[in-house]
Design a protein around this ligand. Structure first.
Ligand code: SAM
Length: 241
């Protein structure tokens, strides 16, 4: 059936591709790829031959309507990004919105993304959370952070290794050095690591150990009265008999 499939791809470990993603990538009429070289590598690994068309943030505005027309004409199209779920800090939103506006069926496959393992791995409450993606690099960065000062939900940020230390410094300025943080790097890869502690402690770690690889920073929400920093309610002391 003609539709747009959103297909998540591994964020490191190639075994994380789902069986359904493989089927869709094999059977789609063509695949829209953020970087055709990266996706060619994945397809070769999976033994899939299919047509690739480039779809990235620099051409999506120019091509989105032609893609929607092609699906409306009966084609099945799969959208992938370089890693993880398209639309999550990656191109995808514009095409999905356009398809929905034009009454075109969109089907999003569940699958790899960095935000969910980093959140769950943090040990902070994940019943409610707030995904912030990449902070603005320059203009509006501190205003954006200030707006989160009273956020009670666990917050998740994507950050480049070159800005991790600066980012942790800014987070400490807004949330205070005692707020708990969990920094996950290289998720699903050989050198996967999660560093947990207060912002002051984790900042100390990355000031002495050069940040390398891909990073997700998870910050505990503002502690509520009677709740511990970065955790659920503090269990009451058992009463003596
Ligand atoms: N679409 C992707 C997803 O669903 O997570 C995100 C793409 S965004 C361009 C790339 C950012 O995601 C990286 O800078 C990093 O913050 C995060 N990321 C992606 N892969 C990661 C990994 N293996 N470990 C840690 N963070 C990762």
């Amino acid at each position: 059936m003609a539709r747009l499939y959103i297909v998540p791809t591994p964020i490191g470990n190639l075994d994380d591709i789902t069986l359904r993603a493989i089927t869709v990538l094999r059977e789609a009429d063509f695949i829209l790829a953020e970087d055709t070289r990266t996706t060619s590598f994945l397809l070769r690994h999976l033994g899939i031959e299919n047509k690739l068309r480039s779809h990235h943030k620099f051409n999506e505005h120019a091509t989105v309507h032609a893609v929607a027309e092609s699906i409306a004409a009966g084609h099945c199209v799969a959208l992938v990004s370089d890693a993880g779920t398209p639309g999550i800090s990656d191109p995808g939103f514009l095409l999905v919105r356009t398809c929905i506006e034009q009454g075109i069926e969109v089907e999003t496959l569940p699958g790899p993304t960095a935000v969910i393992p980093a959140l769950v791995q943090s040990g902070f409450p994940c019943d409610r959370f707030c995904f912030e993606g990449f902070l603005p690099q320059k203009k509006g960065r501190s205003k954006h952070l200030q707006a989160l000062a009273d956020e009670e939900r666990t917050m998740i940020f994507y950050e480049s290794p070159y800005r991790v230390v600066r980012c942790l410094e800014q987070l400490a300025e807004v949330f205070g050095p005692e707020r708990r943080v969990s920094v996950s790097r290289e998720l699903t890869k050989k050198f996967e690591q999660t560093v947990r502690g207060t912002l002051a402690e984790v900042l100390g770690h990355f000031r002495t150990t050069e940040p390398k690889g891909e990073f997700v920073i998870v910050v505990a929400g503002r502690p509520k009265p009677g709740r511990r920093n970065g955790g659920p309610e503090v269990p009451e002391e058992p009463e003596d008999d």
